[in-house]
Design a protein around this ligand. Structure first.
Ligand SMILES: Cc1ncc(COP(=O)(O)O)c(C=O)c1O
Length: 444
């Protein structure tokens, strides 16, 4: 790392080179593609990024939960290089390759459930969810889908419908899939009428059961699509009984439970899958983001009997399970096992939570600190009693952080939650330094 500012030191953003590129970006890239910090990355290593102006940053974003193994992980890079020397693309529909099958095998071993599973690869989280829905609809012969407030499942035509936030994800892009039914999600911190999180969880379940009497028959529902800890929605952790009762509703009515593990899965919660924290086994699990260590790949893991319901050519795609992505993903899983990354997430999560809870005691603006393992969100409010969201303050805190060398993002329906998505290989020192930058920004 060179001439620019070290993490913790104030820098002017954008730097000169970033400003030039930003100018080009404005000209050639649509405004619709959102952008968080006025920084162009030059290189990265682990949890440290260097921008084109030579400034250093601690990375609390991981390319939005993609880099659990860190930037430029050597093991992953050599697996990628090795594969690239052999072949870049084949299309498994045309000539098959071993890594595709081996990765599928591995995923069936490390995902919940002892039943026989199969794996379908695709290129992005949204595609993974689309495929899960296709499989569920074909297997059940039903069209209905239950999803929740706060959830984000993607930006394609179907997943946009499943996604909760109207602006800016959905507005003006409709109509959406007619099978979609949305229900309240037990957002404990904002439970209405002062009820407890558990009571709110029960209420949300009752709403679903009621709907089977009032406006959709349960045997028209193919699947419940669940993002257990909504990432874009604000890192709310639902009560265990909510998830378990949801499982029971699915069992009672022949509905499949689709578990969207795209953001907080892959060890972030201190267990391999977020759903493991709730002692529930999904029917279909979708993973993407960190499974590829930076390469685009998604996997939809379903029971074999569900996959068997889809006829030949009902699933697939040109780049699905690209050999380079498969090689990277196999190495990612190996790296997790070798480096005990999941246990490390639990350990790092305790350090971060401890520190954030102490900050909450000191700064009234922090209304809530919540999460499991390293899947953490803190909610900024104008007033702890009214819990009025403070989006402007959140924006200002993030700006301060970026200007002092911490890349960090917000989320939440009210844009007032700061989320933590640092690589799970971050050192304790880097984690503490990042939290120092955040604390200074909040203090200001
Ligand atoms: C929970 C969740 N599901 C689905 C998606 C969509 O994934 P992708 O952007 O790879 O299509 C995201 C992306 O942020 C996500 O966080």
């Amino acid at each position: 790392m060179s001439e620019g500012k070290k993490a913790g030191e104030k820098r002017v953003l954008p730097g000169k080179k970033s400003a030039k590129l930003l100018h080009l970006r404005k000209k050639y890239i649509p405004e619709a593609v959102f952008q968080v910090a006025p920084v162009f990355i030059e290189r990265g290593k682990g949890a440290i990024i260097e921008d084109v102006d030579g400034n250093e940053y601690i990375d609390f974003a991981g390319g939005i939960c993609v880099l659990n193994v860190g930037q430029s992980n050597e093991a992953i890079i050599s697996a990628i290089k090795e594969q690239m020397e052999k072949h870049l693309h084949a299309d498994h529909n045309v000539t098959m390759y071993e890594s595709y099958v081996r990765l599928a095998q591995k995923l069936t071993e490390i995902t919940p459930g002892t039943f026989q599973k199969q794996v379908l690869f695709s290129n992005s989280g949204a595609e993974g969810i689309e495929n899960a829905v296709k499989i569920a609809r074909r297997f059940t012969g039903r069209y209905g889908l239950i999803c929740f407030e706060g959830a984000f499942h993607g930006r394609t035509a179907l997943t946009m419908g499943l996604t909760s936030q109207v602006r800016n994800y959905k507005y003006g892009f409709g109509p959406f899939d007619p099978g979609i039914r949305r229900f309240p999600f037990p957002y404990g911190y904002r439970a209405p009428f002062g009820v407890s999180a558990d009571e709110y969880g029960n209420y949300c379940i009752e709403k679903i059961e009621d709907s089977f009497r009032s406006y959709i028959a349960s045997d028209e529902i193919a699947a419940v699509v669940l993002e257990i800890i909504p990432g874009e929605g604000g890192y709310m952790v639902p009560p265990k009984n909510f998830v378990q009762k949801l499982r029971k509703i699915c069992d009672d009515h022949g509905i499949l439970l689709i578990d969207d593990e795209i953001q907080v899965g892959m060890g972030r919660t201190g267990k391999m899958w977020a759903i493991d924290n709730f002692d529930v086994v999904p029917d279909i699990l979708v993973t993407a983001k960190s499974i590829g260590g930076g390469m685009p790949i998604a996997a939809t893991v379903a029971k074999k009997e569900h996959m068997d319901a889809v006829p030949i050519s009902g699933l697939g795609g040109t780049f699905n399970g690209n050999p380079v992505s498969c090689a990277a993903a196999l190495k990612v899983i190996e790296f997790y096992e070798k480096e005990n990354l999941v246990q490390n997430a639990a350990r790092l999560g305790r350090i971060a939570m401890d520190r954030l809870e102490k900050m909450q005691e000191k700064y009234a603006v922090i209304g809530d600190v919540r999460g499991i393992g390293c899947a953490i969100g803190i909610e900024l409010v104008k007033d702890r009693r009214t819990k009025k969201p403070d989006a402007e303050r959140t924006k200002a805190v993030l700006k301060q952080c970026h200007e002092h060398g911490l890349i960090i993002l917000s989320c939440g329906a009210y844009h007032n939650v700061i989320r933590f998505m640092f690589p799970l290989v971050i050192s304790e020192e880097e984690l503490e330094s990042g939290l120092d930058i955040l604390e200074n920004a909040i203090k200001k």
